[in-house]
Design a protein around this ligand. Structure first.
Ligand code: ATR
Length: 277
């Protein structure tokens, strides 16, 4: 089986390690290759070349998640709604795009906090309104949560997410300051902006002074693994949910799309954490 990843830059991607372990654990002979497409290359030509080289499927990362859409033969419902693809599957002569980022996030949350999703009225705040936020919002709606607010620096992009078809879900759009002052209202706060990512590790999107014990603070940034956001949340007594788990579970879902095999995460969670620390 031939699998891979397209993006730029991808030299430090952890996906080859993750999928290499999945191939081993599932006893499938295969390879997962990083295929860097630089912005100077013709995206269309590179993609055509990859498609003709016998690949069974591939992941798509920054900056091609949206760009790839018109070059595919179809999108599954979730990817179409999000407008971005992180996984491509070659099936019955067609290249079909999927998006497992948001569903991966929710799977990771459920694996770490199995009882959280049992009460769908729990109040969730998503900080950020980019591609990752959109995917997570859809996945939380699909999971059945009914109260999901969005706070973003730029109100328009948060309103664009809140405008989607979401019957029975109440969503308020907040400024970062409003969110900062009202964190005590939430049971789960998800940080989806790029603030705090290496090399700007001191960065924090807001103060967490008003977060309460019992709240889950989740950061999708995993480099560093212990972000300033998570450190402050932990100091305030919140439970913390690390970003690398989303990476593992979106990969698990992608691997399942390619192979029909759901490989248990097992100790890969701790192994990946060790790699990142
Ligand atoms: P991704 O696909 O990873 O979600 P993205 O689409 O570029 O990335 O979205 C980045 C998010 O981080 C956005 O919500 C962005 O806020 P804006 O919509 O106002 O641009 C947020 N973000 C990035 N840098 C930020 C900063 N310094 N302060 C606050 N928010 C920031």
């Amino acid at each position: 089986m031939k699998l891979g990843l397209i993006g730029f830059p991808i030299g430090h991607s952890l996906s080859p390690w993750i999928h290499g372990r999945f191939l081993e654990k599932s006893d499938i002979a295969g390879e997962y290759e990083s295929i860097q497409i630089s912005p100077e290359d013709s995206f269309e030509e590179e993609l055509e070349r990859i498609k003709t080289e016998g690949i069974n499927g591939f992941n798509v990362t920054v900056p091609y998640k949206t760009k790839i859409v018109p070059y595919l033969d179809g999108l599954d419902k979730n990817a179409a709604a999000i407008g971005a693809v992180n996984t491509v599957v070659y099936k019955d002569g067609q290249w079909i795009g999927y998006n497992t980022d948001g569903t991966g996030y929710v799977a990771a949350l459920n694996s770490k906090f199995p009882s959280f999703s049992k009460d769908k009225s729990r109040k969730v705040l998503i900080i950020g309104a980019g591609g990752a936020s959109r995917g997570i919002y859809y996945a939380l709606v699909a999971e059945g949560f009914t109260r999901i607010d969005i706070a973003n620096r730029t109100a328009e992009s948060a309103h664009a997410i809140a405008a989607v078809d979401r019957e029975g879900v109440q969503t308020d759009v907040l400024t970062l300051i409003e969110a900062e002052n009202n964190l005590g209202e939430y049971d789960l706060v998800i940080q989806t902006t790029s603030v705090g990512m290496k090399p700007n590790v001191e960065g924090k999107v807001m103060s967490l002074q008003s977060i309460e014990e019992g709240c889950i603070a989740s950061d999708i940034v995993y480099q560093p693994i212990q972000t300033a956001f998570l450190q402050e949340a932990q100091a305030k007594g919140a439970a913390i949910h690390y970003g690398h788990t989303m990476l593992l579970y979106q990969a698990q879902a992608a691997f399942e799309l390619w192979t029909n095999k759901k490989v248990p995460i097992g100790n890969m969670d701790q192994q990946l954490k060790n790699i990142l620390e």
